[in-house]
Design a protein around this ligand. Structure first.
Ligand code: ADP
Ligand code: ZN
Length: 566
């Protein structure tokens, strides 16, 4: 049944779809012809032979004559009538019995058989293949990852044991595809896993575990798995995965972080030794609306503002940058400095109440995160969760205004919109904005195409599953310091270049000339200086921790090529 549906799907794609339009037009033409003949039949019968027939009878006569059935129950008795009947029979033979079947065969059947015969799936890669990235399991996240791979001209191969999917991915999307079961050692050998650069396993958790075990019996190629249930993380590691990404948990945390300003410490994204990177929504803080210089964040807390997120765009701030209330500040500094910030912004949102719409895996992760802060929240879902026992949601359809109002939506300071359907998410965003104009809306986009619609519907922050997932995968592939989660933003570590030894940070002109900034300095004893001053001296034993775009990182390496011992 499934493959029948897949075959049917063939007819609504590409050229077949175009042909379907031609067929529809032809059908319309036949219909008009039949109606015309039926009317003519009635007119001639009445005029020539004085007999009156209904319109239905006219259509019945036309069809029996056109299909050459001609039962003979209604017949003409005059020459003109015979001529008319002959004409109808002939046109029936031409239009119905010759052109129609011919068209169906040449427009649909032949191309379909041709495609079936032509497509020969690939079963293995050339023995010399190396440095390739193997991908098991395709979804919007992997598609976003593939777009990044394509942009960098990296060789990747998609592996699937579904014939129709293999055909579709190869013929329609132009991917390199191997047809075979990823859990079969023979197939893996044919995929040249030994010389592969990376394996991305994105199947179900048991299948991923199986892939990892099989792979580990063959080689040591790094494997990253995307885990469905975060409780399985440890098992997959045991099975041999080098990295296990629990995306729902990461996304849940991302959504929750943006939904409240509560407590700066709760916003730490990542840390590098003593250096912490945190992302704080500016809404509700004393800095909102000021310029970076006026806010004096650096002077008051020692933290550096290393980036500003607004509407999904990250920019490197200058002293004149405005700290807009609907943006996030990316901060770097020590734990103590973040605590100082926490004191400074106090608890402006002590009456925080966050609505979480959708108690799927991501919604559940967001709720867990809010619970830990703690920030009061209300979960809403239509169904009982199969995996979570600890949360008690309000049951109801979130698109129903009454459900929200009864649950106290007008008291909410933030809402996290996290169903698995983007149309519902757009609708819920619109409805939330309408019900509560000042509420902070954080929405999840399951497909990148819908990011703009969610912003247009009134979301303050949109978190895209696909781009977050793809960015993490790409960072792992590049062996970045961490899976630092900002598109286009990189944290990188370099020893102080010989040319700069003995200069001050200011004199190094890294920021004005290369665009990247030094966020911390680490000495040989692994002590971290997270507040480098312009006058700080760059000594030989120091390591620089820098932040900048991928281009800026490259520019740094061009200017200061890395030596062997670096
Ligand atoms: P994920 O695990 O990726 O978060 P799920 O499909 O498990 O995705 O979660 C989506 C959740 O959203 C489901 O539990 C579903 O019941 C819920 N949901 C979808 N639409 C609505 C709605 N209109 N009102 C309330 N809950 C909804
Ligand atoms: Zn839960």
């Amino acid at each position: 049944m499934k493959s029948f549906a897949a075959e049917l799907a063939y007819f609504v794609r590409g050229r077949a779809r175009q042909n379907l339009k031609v067929l529809a037009l032809y059908g319309l033409f036949l219909l008009v012809l039949i109606l015309l003949y039926a009317s003519l039949f009635r007119y001639l019968m009445l005029e020539l032979e004085g007999r009156e027939y209904s319109f239905i009878a006219g259509i019945y006569w036309t069809i029996t004559v056109m299909t050459t059935l001609g039962f003979g129950d209604i017949t003409f008795h005059s020459d003109t009538g015979f001529i008319f009947a002959t004409l109808v029979t002939l046109s029936g033979v031409i239009f119905l019995l010759i052109i129609l079947p011919f068209g169906l065969v040449s427009l649909f059947l032949a191309p379909w058989i041709e495609q079936r015969l032509r497509y020969r799936p690939t079963y293995e890669l050339a023995a010399s293949t190396s440095g390739h990235i193997l991908i098991f399991g395709i979804d919007p996240i992997i598609r976003a990852f593939i777009r990044k791979l394509q942009a960098r001209n990296l060789l990747f191969v998609v592996v699937t044991d579904n014939y129709d999917q293999a055909l579709m991915l190869e013929e329609q999307e132009g991917f390199k595809v191997v047809y075979g079961a990823p859990t079969d050692a023979q197939v893996l050998r044919g995929l040249r896993v030994k010389t592969a650069r990376y394996v991305v396993a994105n199947l179900s958790d048991p299948e991923n575990a199986n892939v990892c075990l099989t792979l580990r019996s063959l080689c040591q190629t790094p494997v990253v798995t995307l885990v469905r249930d975060s409780d399985h993380q440890e098992l997959l590691r045991l099975a041999g995965a080098n990295q296990v990404i629990a995306l729902p948990r990461i996304l849940g945390r991302f959504l929750a972080t943006r939904a409240t300003t509560h407590g700066a410490m709760a916003h730490v994204l990542d840390s590098f030794g003593a250096l912490q990177i945190a992302e704080i929504p500016l809404y509700g803080t004393p800095f909102a609306g000021k310029t970076l210089a006026e806010s004096a964040i650096r002077q008051q807390t020692g933290l550096s503002v290393i980036g500003l997120w607004r509407r999904g765009q990250l920019s490197l701030p200058t002293p004149d940058s405005i700290l807009a209330p609907d943006s996030l500040a990316l901060l770097a500094g020590s734990r103590e400095q973040l605590q100082a910030l926490e004191l400074l912004i106090g608890n402006p949102t002590a009456d925080d109440l966050v609505f979480v719409l959708g108690h799927g895996r991501i919604g559940c992760a967001a709720a867990t995160f809010l619970e830990r802060k703690p920030v009061p929240f209300v979960l809403i879902d239509q169904r009982r969760s199969t995996s979570c026992r600890k949360h008690v949601p309000v049951y109801g359809d979130a698109t129903d205004r009454e459900t929200l109002q009864k649950a106290g939506f007008d008291r909410a300071s933030g809402v996290i919109v996290t169903t698995n359907d983007d149309n519902t998410n757009v609708f819920l965003t619109l409805a939330s904005r309408h019900l509560n104009p000042h509420i902070r809306i954080v929405a999840r986009a399951n497909q990148d195409e819908n990011i703009d619609q969610l912003y247009a519907a009134g979301a303050d922050f949109v978190v895209s599953n696909a781009s977050v997932g793809a960015t993490i995968l790409m960072n792992l592939l590049d062996r970045k310091e961490s899976a630092f989660l900002s598109e286009g933003m990189h944290l990188f570590r370099r020893p102080v270049p010989t040319e700069l030894i003995g200069k001050t940070l200011e004199a190094s002109r890294l920021r004005p000339e290369l665009g990247c900034s030094v966020v911390a300095l680490k000495n040989a004893a692994d002590e971290m200086n997270t507040t480098p001053e312009p006058k700080t001296l760059l000594q030989a034993d120091l390591t620089l921790l820098l932040i900048g775009s991928a281009e800026q990182e490259k520019a740094f390496d061009r200017r200061y090529p890395r030596t062997e011992n670096a």
